[in-house]
Design a protein around this ligand. Structure first.
Ligand SMILES: [Mg+2]
Length: 368
């Protein structure tokens, strides 16, 4: 496939409500989009890096720089490229998996649109719809949290994930469990906010019968996750620590987790995400698809991945309206805790030209 040019585009989608995690508050989603143009089709990728390097070392401004100066020139240089050929071409540049993922996804989307093949079918998806849950940010009061959770349950979500941090963990979790009962599928996500000294404290989450606790410790600290598994009955899930199929094998080998959260952006793209899925299936480890407040373009692609057979837990893939007044695409809607997997070629959805143009704050073409 010959790529005639690649466009980088920043869009600004104000969030319906601020989203607070242990690493900060997001008021607006400034998404970096990558568009790969060919003579026959164009493909879209969304970079999940946020404004500041506080979820991981990557941030949107850094992703733009590395894409423009290194990754895009390397992919355009051979004249022709396939999606499977992107990772080898950019492998010599260390890290920057979120930027690499967006570029690979744009190329893959264009390739599949030309072939007339949906992303889900290409990856090995087996489900027409997938179970989805919602990630609930930290609030000022327990009452506000209970209100928010009630609202999501009213919208039909079957699984609730609470963001936690030191000082906002046992009480909100207890309140939600007691208020909504034992049948609620409930899990918590700490985004690396705890340290080894917090092990005895985190064991106190056990009575709440959580589906899992996600990434309580530093991304490089697999050993403390292993210790928590030994001390606690709550299943331990890794998110930030899982960067590749290789790091997944290592984490499983030392018993650092029971469950894996796969985010294609964090691991360098959908092809590596599928390898991680395959590693986990081979080890009998359940996986689920995480989210990074993606626009409809990123969410469509995540739905395709979540249709693979090993994704047995609900993903963080919520309705457009849960995030934005106005999405870049036709809104996605969860019904009965399920969301349909797009069936069109590639990621199966196109941006609305008017929304795209009105929400864009910057764009630049890069050509060979
Ligand atoms: Mg997480």
């Amino acid at each position: 496939m010959k790529i005639t040019g690649i466009e980088l585009r920043l869009v600004d989608l104000p969030l319906v409500t601020p989203f607070q995690t242990s690493f900060g508050v997001e008021l607006s989603r400034h998404a970096l989009l990558v568009r790969a143009a060919t003579d026959d089709a164009e493909g879209w990728g969304e970079c999940v890096a946020i404004d500041d390097p506080v979820y991981s070392s990557e941030y949107a401004g850094g992703a733009i720089d590395v894409l423009k100066r290194f990754l895009i020139p390397a992919v355009l240089a051979p004249g022709r490229v396939t999606a499977a050929g992107v990772a080898p071409l950019v492998d010599k540049f260390k890290g920057h998996r979120m930027a690499k993922a967006a570029l690979e996804t744009a190329v893959l989307d264009a390739e599949l649109r030309i072939a007339g093949l949906p992303l889900s079918g290409y990856l090995g998806g087996v489900r027409p719809a997938v179970p989805v849950g919602v990630s609930v940010g930290i609030t000022d009061t327990i009452e506000k949290l209970l209100d928010n959770v009630q609202g999501y349950l009213d919208e039909g979500y079957g699984r609730i994930k609470l963001k936690i941090q030191p000082g906002w963990d046992l009480e909100p979790t207890r309140a939600v469990r007691e208020h909504f009962g034992d049948d609620l599928m409930l899990q918590v996500d700490a985004n690396t906010a705890y340290g080894p000294a917090d092990l005895p404290h985190l064991v106190k989450l056990d009575p709440f019968d959580l589906l899992l606790i996600e990434q309580p410790f530093d991304e490089e600290d697999l050993r403390t996750h292993t210790r928590l598994r030994e001390m606690s009955t709550t299943p331990v899930c890794l998110d930030e620590s899982i960067l590749s199929a290789r790091s997944t094998v290592d984490a499983l080998a030392i018993g650092a987790c029971d469950i894996v959260n796969i985010k294609p952006g964090r691991v360098g793209g959908f092809l590596e995400a599928r390898r991680i899925h395959d590693v986990c299936v081979a080890h009998g480890v359940p996986v689920w698809c995480g989210g990074m407040l993606e626009t409809g373009l990123g969410r469509a692609a995540n739905l395709a991945l979540a249709a693979l057979p090993g994704f047995t837990l609900p993903g963080d893939i919520s309705s457009s309206a849960r995030y934005f007044d106005r999405d870049l695409t036709e809104p996605f809607v969860a019904e009965g805790g399920m969301m349909a997997v797009p069936t069109g070629p590639g990621i199966g959805i196109d941006p609305d030209p008017q929304a795209l143009s009105e929400l864009t704050t910057w764009s630049e073409w890069v050509t060979a």
